[in-house]
Design a protein around this ligand. Structure first.
Ligand SMILES: Nc1ncnc2c1ncn2[C@@H]1O[C@H](COP(=O)(O)OP(=O)(O)OP(=O)(O)O)[C@@H](O)[C@H]1O
Ligand SMILES: [Mg+2]
Length: 616
C-alpha cells in the first residue's frame, strides 16, 4: 500500500483511491496497464524511470510500440489531475523517461495538512492576490459561498493565477471537486450556459460522477436533460416529459438547489475562464449563484479581461459592478509586474546565479511588466542565443543596447519572431491547429502526409516541451470511444497570430475540412458540437450548412429557455441568407422568419410585429 496525498494506491487489489473528508473514499478507475505504469513509477518514486525500463516492467510479456507508454502515462496523469507543465505527481524528463515526484509514504504516515494551501510556484508579484483567494477559500470551507473575478489585460496572468490556485487547493484538500468551464470567442459558437454544461459534463463523467448525476436527476432535471450523453433513451424521454413547460427561472432555481446539495459536504471550486466572451445565459446564472444566501461550500472563480466595448455595454460589467457594491463578490484586478518582480522572476529561473546587470530593467522596460510579454521576450532571446543559462549561470551574448534591436518591442512581432524559429512543417501544422480553435487535437486537424508518418501527436508534444507556444490540455474521448490528446495554445495571441497570417481562401478551405471532420466524428451526438459547426461553416463560406447549424443551435437554445440567444442566432442566420442562391433563399428565408416571429411572440418581444411584416 502506498500513499501520495490525496491518493492511496492499493497494489494488492490493483485499485487507486482518492480520499474524501467524509464518507467513503472514491475509487478511480484505471485500465490494468495504466495501473501498472502508475504502480511502477510510485514504487520507484524520486528517480528517473526510462521508457525502456517501463516497457520492460509493464509489457515484458508482449511487444508494444514505445508510443503506448506515453499514452498510458497521459491517462494516469489525467486520472490524477496532473499536467505536464508544473506537474505535482509525474515529471517528464525529455527524451529519457519519467519521475514520480510527489512524496510517497505508508498509509499511517499520510496526514494531509488540511486547508494548508502552500506557496505559489513560479509566479511572482501575486502574493496579495493569493492571500485574498486563500481567505475566501477558508470561508468556503465554513459553508460561505464565494464569488471572485480575476480581471486584467491580456497576458497579465489571470489564467496562471487561477491555475496555480486550483493546484494549491487540489494539493491541500483531501476531498474537493474542481470543475472548469471555458467561454468561447466568436459569434455562432456561443452556447447558452456553455461553460456550466462543460463543467457539469466533466464532473458527471469523472470518478465522482454518479452522486452528481443523481442530484441533478432529483433536483435539476432541466439541466440533466441538457447532458444527453449521460442518459439512456428511456431516461431522456422521461426527463423531457417531466420538464415540459419549464422556464428559464426554473432552470436557474434548479441549478442553485443542486449545487447546494452537491457542495453540502465536499467543497467545489468552479472556474470559468475568459468571461469577456461569456453568453447572456451564463451571466444570469452567475448572478443567480452569487445572490443566493443558502450555505454552500462553493467558490466561483471567473477570469475576465477588461470589459469596455465600443458599441454596447457588456452584460457582465453591470453585473460585476452590482455584485461588488452589494459585497456579493470580490474582484482581484491584476496589474503589471514591477522591475523588482521581474528581477525575482529571473532569479527564480536560475537560483544559483544573479541575472546579468541591467537585464531585469531591460526586460521590464521592454515588456512593460506584462508577464506574457516578459516570458515571450526571454524565450526569444534564449532561442536566438542572445541569452543563455549554462550550468545555472546566465550569459549574455553582447551588450544589452545591441540586443535591444534584436528583440521586437511589440508582442505580435515578438510572437512572429518566435514562430520563425520553428521549421516550416511545424509552422504549417500550427497554422492548421489555429483553425480548430484555442484547444485542438490532431484528429481534427488532419495532418499532412509527411507529418502523419512521423506521428503528429509527437509533433505537438515535442513543441509543448521545446517552446512556450502550445501546452498539453488533457486526454479527450470522442463519441466512438476513441481517445486523443488535446493541446492548447499557450496564449490566445499565438492562435490569433497564426490564424491572421493565413490567406482567407486557405482559412476557408481549412474551416470546411475541420467542420466536416467534426460533423463526422460527432455524427451520433451532433448536439454536442452544433455551435462549433455553425462557426466553422460560416468561416468556410458554406452558407447552407452555416444556416442549417445556426438553426439547430437556435433550437438548442430554445430548449434551454435562452430565448434571447436563440433570437440572436436566427437573426444571424437571416443575415447569411442573402448569400444563398435565389431558390434556396426563397425556401429558407420564410422559414427562418416564421421561427423568429414565433419566438418573439412567445417572449412578448414587440419586434415580432416587424418580423411578421417582413414575411408578407
Ligand atoms: N505572476 C507571474 N509570474 C511569472 N509568470 C507569469 C505570471 N503571470 C503570468 N505569467 C506567465 O505569463 C503568460 C501569460 O499568462 P496568462 O495566460 O495567465 O495570461 P492571461 O491574463 O490569462 O491572458 P488572457 O487574457 O489572454 O487569457 C503565461 O506563460 C504565464 O505562465
Ligand atoms: Mg487566460
Amino acid at each position: 500500500m502506498k500513499v501520495f496525498v490525496p491518493f492511496r494506491l492499493d497494489t494488492l487489489n490493483q485499485c487507486l483511491w482518492r480520499r474524501r473528508d467524509t464518507g467513503p473514499e472514491e475509487r478511480i478507475l484505471l485500465r490494468p496497464k495504466s495501473f501498472l505504469v502508475l504502480a511502477y513509477l510510485v514504487e520507484n518514486a524520486g528517480r528517473l524511470v526510462t521508457h525502456d525500463e517501463l516497457l520492460e516492467a509493464v509489457w515484458s510479456d508482449s511487444v508494444v510500440e514505445p508510443q503506448a507508454v506515453k499514452r498510458h502515462v497521459l491517462t494516469v496523469r489525467s486520472a490524477l489531475g496532473d499536467r505536464p507543465k508544473n506537474p505535482i505527481f509525474i515529471e517528464t524528463m525529455p527524451k529519457r523517461g519519467y519521475r514520480f515526484i510527489a512524496p510517497v509514504s505508508a498509509p499511517v504516515a499520510a496526514k494531509c495538512p488540511e486547508g494548508a494551501i502552500g506557496q505559489a510556484r513560479d509566479l511572482v508579484g501575486r502574493g496579495s492576490a493569493f492571500e485574498v483567494l486563500r481567505e475566501m477559500w477558508r470561508r468556503v470551507l465554513n459553508g460561505e459561498r464565494q464569488v471572485v473575478f480575476i480581471t486584467g489585460e491580456p497576458g497579465i496572468g489571470k489564467t496562471a493565477l487561477a491555475e496555480e490556485f486550483q493546484r494549491q487547493v487540489a494539493v491541500a484538500e483531501r476531498s474537493v471537486h474542481i470543475a472548469h468551464g471555458q467561454c468561447i470567442e466568436g459569434y455562432g459558437s456561443k452556447e447558452p450556459y456553455g461553460p456550466m454544461l462543460d463543467a457539469l459534463g466533466r464532473l458527471c463523467r469523472g470518478p465522482q460522477g454518479e452522486p452528481l448525476v443523481q442530484i441533478l436527476s432529483a433536483e435539476a432535471p432541466t439541466w440533466l436533460a441538457q447532458l444527453p450523453s449521460l442518459l439512456t433513451r428511456e431516461h431522456r424521454e422521461m426527463l423531457h416529459r417531466e420538464i415540459l413547460g419549464a422556464t428559464r427561472e426554473r432552470m436557474l432555481r434548479e441549478i442553485g438547489d443542486a449545487l447546494e446539495s452537491f457542495t453540502a459536504e465536499t467543497p467545489l471550486l468552479l472556474v470559468f475562464e475568459d468571461l469577456h466572451w461569456v453568453d447572456d445565459s451564463t451571466v444570469d446564472l452567475i448572478s443567480a449563484l452569487a445572490r443566493r444566501r443558502h450555505p454552500a461550500k462553493l467558490m466561483f472563480l471567473g477570469t475576465c479581461r477588461p470589459l469596455y466595448t465600443r458599441s454596447s455595454p457588456h452584460p457582465l460589467g453591470a453585473l460585476m459592478r452590482d455584485l461588488v457594491v452589494r459585497r456579493f463578490c470580490r474582484e482581484i484586478a491584476l496589474t503589471s509586474l514591477n522591475e523588482s518582480e521581474v528581477e525575482e522572476y529571473l532569479g527564480a529561473q536560475s537560483p544559483t546565479s544573479r541575472p546579468p546587470q541591467g537585464l531585469s530593467a531591460f526586460v521590464h522596460r521592454h515588456s512593460e511588466g506584462n508577464p506574457l510579454f516578459m516570458v515571450a521576450a526571454l524565450e526569444h532571446m534564449a532561442k536566438r542565443g542572445l541569452l543563455s543559462r549554462v550550468d545555472g549561470f546566465w550569459q549574455l551574448r553582447g551588450p544589452l543596447e545591441q540586443i535591444e534591436f534584436e528583440v521586437p518591442d511589440d508582442l505580435r512581432h515578438l510572437i512572429e519572431a518566435q514562430l520563425e524559429q520553428l521549421s516550416a512543417a511545424e509552422q504549417r501544422e500550427l497554422e492548421k491547429a489555429s483553425i480548430v480553435g484555442a484547444v485542438f487535437s490532431e484528429r481534427l486537424i488532419g495532418c499532412s502526409e509527411d507529418i502523419r508518418s512521423h506521428n503528429s501527436e509527437d509533433l505537438y508534444e515535442d513543441l509543448s516541451r521545446r517552446h512556450h507556444i502550445v501546452k498539453w490540455a488533457g486526454t479527450h474521448s470522442f463519441p466512438d470511444g476513441s481517445t486523443t490528446e488535446r493541446y492548447e495554445f499557450a496564449h490566445v495571441l499565438y492562435r490569433q497570430v497564426l490564424y491572421d497570417r493565413q490567406l482567407p481562401a486557405r482559412r476557408a478551405r481549412l474551416h470546411r475540412q475541420v467542420g466536416e471532420r467534426l460533423a463526422a466524428m460527432y455524427e451520433r451526438r451532433i448536439e454536442d458540437v452544433v455551435p462549433e459547426l455553425a462557426y466553422h461553416f460560416e468561416q468556410a463560406g458554406d452558407w447552407p450548412r452555416a444556416i442549417e447549424f445556426l438553426q439547430q443551435a437556435a433550437d438548442l437554445a430554445v430548449r434551454r429557455y435562452a430565448y434571447r440567444q436563440a433570437g440572436a442566432m436566427l437573426a444571424r442566420a437571416l443575415e447569411l441568407v442573402i448569400h444563398l442562391p435565389e431558390t434556396g433563399r426563397i425556401r429558407t428565408e420564410p422559414q427562418l422568419l416564421a421561427t423568429l416571429a414565433a419566438l418573439r411572440r412567445e417572449t412578448f418581444d414587440l419586434r415580432a410585429i416587424g418580423t411578421y411584416d417582413r414575411m408578407r
